[in-house]
Design a protein around this ligand. Structure first.
Ligand SMILES: NC(=O)c1ccc[n+]([C@@H]2O[C@H](COP(=O)([O-])OP(=O)(O)OC[C@H]3O[C@@H](n4cnc5c(N)ncnc54)[C@H](O)[C@@H]3O)[C@@H](O)[C@H]2O)c1
Length: 457
């Protein structure tokens, strides 16, 4: 919405949310305090906020004055009831639809921006239509068109992805509504990149796009394990296969597994829908993408314990990176959560560093308060967060790199090595370190997908 406001100064955009502290943070004069960390977002907000971009908790008023309403609420995986663990929980979408039905005036285009299961638009339309008595025709009675306009941005590169999208997808049946939305995007997106489809194709495309992306990560991660076993190098294999133009180089970085709020949730949705529509083989096929992702995370913690002589109880470990990827403060489904929990379960003392994730967020994710390292020297299964990498490695037996932040590519390893307990290890799940620098610093190295340290040369 900030980018729409930035690119279309003649359109008034009001972002409303029930969460008061979030809206207060969006209105904070200190742009460093915006609730989402995203490179370039602060500049976009600085240009548009107060001009034609507004943040408010006045949901009903904003609906009443809008020609177009974007439903962009969360759609997490259901925790209980029918479809628990797989289907999306649509309670917030439904609440929004009811609120729009109640407060909208005149003709309103309702745009599904949240990622939704296929055929959700039909449910939204049914709720909206219940407000439209068929027998009475009056100017005061609201009418609605529903469009699907899924969002393909990736966190960490969101502003670039929004300003120069590969495509914008608009699904619907009402041509006038589709063209009204297309006109907004046409202020900065070339018309040939604005794809118009039917509602169901649009909804299904979003789930499928995420499933294909996640599938590539699971595929390369499975190959990484094979590389380690055989003496091959996953970086070399990725380059060799990615230069085939039919395959392409993107999304071939092996790592600790995919995270973020979308991939797992959207694939689970696809799995649920496939089963629901009587296609169990299709469901099982996509389920494997998640199965491999889970395996990759447990594999890393198990392997680390093995290398540290079979135990990490009472040992200090430095965790570098907690966000699910670089350039975001988002930790939802971050592999760091499961890996840290496994290591805590094994009794390790973790010193966690991340340039953007707060201690409060880490505590919420781990379900455990931080300890005071100066008081709990002998403790087991504890963690604390640190502001710099030098403090993180103090007395540590191993450094585990889980997020590919640029600053981890430029660490002074000889200085860090002096603070660690020998024999000291670096476990690099993101291929960010140079092996010769680690060797020169007298440290042992395990790099994900590299078979070189397996004695297979
Ligand atoms: N995060 C991404 O990168 C991304 C990318 C593409 C699509 N999506 C999809 O977009 C949707 C939102 O994702 P997100 O990451 O922004 O989620 P989020 O949980 O960060 O934000 C959702 C917001 O909606 C608010 N909300 C819930 N119910 C409301 C209501 N009835 N009225 C007003 N506000 C309400 C919540 O308070 C919250 O602030 C999801 O469906 C997600 O799958 C997200």
């Amino acid at each position: 919405m900030a980018v729409i406001a930035d690119r279309c100064p003649h359109i008034q955009v009001t972002v409303v949310d029930l969460n008061e502290s979030r809206i207060a943070a969006w209105n904070n004069s200190d742009l460093k305090q915006l609730p989402v960390y995203e490179p370039g977002l602060d500049e976009v907000v600085a240009r548009a906020r107060g001009r034609n971009l507004h943040f408010s908790t006045g949901v009903n008023d904003a609906i009443a004055s809008a020609d177009m309403v974007f439903i962009s609420v969360n759609t997490p995986t259901k925790q209980k009831g029918v479809g628990a663990g797989q289907a999306s929980d649509l309670r917030w979408v439904e609440a929004c639809a009811r609120q729009v039905a109640q407060y909208a005036k005149g003709h309103t285009v309702v745009v599904e921006k949240s990622t939704l299961p296929v055929r959700t638009a039909a449910a939204i339309k049914a709720i909206l239509d219940a407000r439209e008595p068929k027998s009475v025709v009056s100017e005061n009675i609201p009418t609605f068109s529903v469009l699907s306009n899924p969002e393909f941005l990736a966190e960490g590169t969101a502003i670039h992805d929004l300003e120069q999208p590969d495509r914008v997808l608009i699904g619907g049946s009402n041509t006038e509504a589709i063209e009204a939305l297309a006109t907004i995007y046409s202020h900065w997106v070339p018309n040939q990149k604005i794809l118009r489809t039917n509602l169901w194709s649009s909804e299904l495309s979003k789930l499928t796009a995420n499933a294909f992306l996640a599938q590539r990560i699971s595929s390369i991660n499975s190959v990484a394990a094979l590389c380690e076993a055989t003496g091959a190098d996953v970086q070399e294999v990725a380059l060799a296969i990615g230069t085939d133009s039919r395959i392409g180089l993107k999304f071939l970085n092996a790592g600790p597994g995919f995270g973020g709020s979308c991939f797992q949730k959207d694939i689970l949705n696809l799995v649920y829908l496939s089963r629901y529509f009587g296609l169990p083989e299709v469901a099982t096929y996509w389920e494997q993408v998640i199965g491999l992702n889970n395996w990759q995370q447990t594999r890393i913690s198990r392997l680390l314990v093995q290398r540290l002589f079979g135990t990490v109880t009472g040992k200090r470990l430095a965790i570098l990176g907690f966000a699910f990827k670089a350039n975001t403060n988002d930790t939802r489904e971050s592999p760091a959560i499961r890996i840290s929990l496994d290591l805590l379960e094994e009794g390790a003392q973790l010193a966690i560093h991340d340039p953007k994730v707060t201690t409060t967020q880490i505590a919420a994710d781990l379900g455990k308060a931080p300890s005071d390292p100066s008081l709990d020297l002998q403790s087991e299964g504890t963690w604390h967060s640190v502001n710099n990498v030098v403090d993180a490695v103090q007395g540590a037996d191993a450094v585990l790199i889980l997020t590919e932040w640029d600053q981890y590519r430029e660490l002074d390893w000889p200085i860090l090595a002096r603070r660690m307990r020998t024999p000291a290890w670096v476990f690099d799940t993101r291929s960010v370190v140079e092996p010769y620098q680690i060797a020169e610093a007298g440290l042992l190295l395990w790099q994900l997908g590299s078979g070189i340290d397996q004695g297979n040369l």
